[in-house]
Design a protein. Structure first.
Length: 325
């Protein structure tokens, strides 16, 4: 009788039941981690790397051992350093993302398994020969030296930047694998310098020396130099002014002047302050580049638009013409 009475009440619409909570089995799973790979595999170590969803408090890494999957690590986020491995051994791993309660997901499916074999002995393979150095931002007393990455069977961990001095190669910088851009200061004007690079790995294996690259510093001049790069597009333009102090004295309170019709609107400026006139304008330095020391430089510029467009022209630095536009 009691069951019949309840059924009658429900059929009469006297009681409304809310939706039953979804069970874990009915919740959609988190995205499966992808692109699992082993990097920097040596005789006793390796790095696991993968792409996770980010919708978890950390992924779980499992290892296949004895025919079954066992938890190796948890609370990981796309990377795990493996240490204490056995030389010449094969390892198999996979990753899954556990669900956080209340987010409306269940655990992800495990990633595709990944297997790799450690080196049978300590690494003895040297990195590849690095590319020839390139040079930029050359002044009277400094230049930027940069080079491309070398490769290695395990991992390049750093570079020796060398300079040819008196016919012998001398290491002037030892940098990590990500510092392939170096500024060399304290150079002499109008002098040619030659550099090369050697890569090394964690075991101390060194690459062949790169092909040498050479660059010549700027000569000193009575006046600083000014170069203009102007780009026009549709009804707009952008201008980039490079100031190089090639003199032997500090350059203070400099001014860049130019012609520009008052009808042209300026939308942005960097490196200084723009003052407009009826026929042009001037740029005075920002507080951080008011003084440019010998061999130093500064960059200023602005963009604008008009229809029809009339780009700025006639640039000067302290009254001396700039080169370029």
């Amino acid at each position: 009788m009691r069951g019949a009475a309840v059924a009658a009440v429900l059929s009469a619409g006297l009681v409304t039941l809310g939706a039953l909570p979804a069970s874990a089995a009915t919740l959609p799973p988190l995205p499966t981690p992808t692109n699992l790979k082993a990097l920097h595999v040596s005789d006793t170590a390796a790095d696991l790397d993968w792409n996770g969803s980010g919708l978890t408090a950390g992924d779980v890494v499992q290892q296949l051992s004895g025919g079954s999957w066992h938890k190796y690590a948890d609370n990981t986020y796309g990377f795990l350093a493996l240490t204490g491995l056995t030389p010449g051994a094969t390892y198999t791993f996979r990753v899954y993302s556990p669900a956080l309660e209340g987010l409306g997901y269940s655990d992800s499916a495990p990633s595709a398994p990944l297997s790799f074999t450690t080196l049978s002995a300590p690494d003895s393979v040297p990195p590849s020969k690095p590319p020839k150095p390139d040079f930029s931002s050359i002044s009277t007393t400094a230049m930027n030296v940069s080079w491309g990455q070398a490769t290695d069977n395990v991992q390049v961990t750093g570079y020796y930047l060398q300079q040819l001095v008196g016919g012998a190669w001398t290491t002037i910088r030892t940098v990590d694998a990500y510092s392939t851009f170096q500024t060399v200061w304290g150079l002499s004007p109008a002098t040619t310098y030659t550099f090369a690079v050697i890569a090394f790995d964690a075991r101390g294996n060194v690459s062949p020396r790169s092909d040498p690259g050479s660059a010549t510093t700027l000569a000193t001049t009575p006046y600083p130099s000014c170069t203009v790069q102007l780009t026009s597009f549709n009804n707009g333009f952008s201008v980039y002014v490079t100031i190089a102090n090639t003199t032997t004295a500090a350059l203070n309170n400099w001014t860049v002047a130019f012609t520009l019709p008052a009808s042209v609107s300026v939308s942005s400026i960097f490196g200084g302050y723009l003052n407009r006139t009826a026929t042009g304008g001037t740029i005075t330095p920002a507080s951080y580049n008011t003084t440019i020391g010998p061999g130093g430089g500064a960059f200023v510029g602005f963009s604008g638009y008009a229809n029809p467009i009339t780009p700025p022209s006639g640039f000067t630095l302290n009254g001396s013409p700039c080169t370029g536009a």
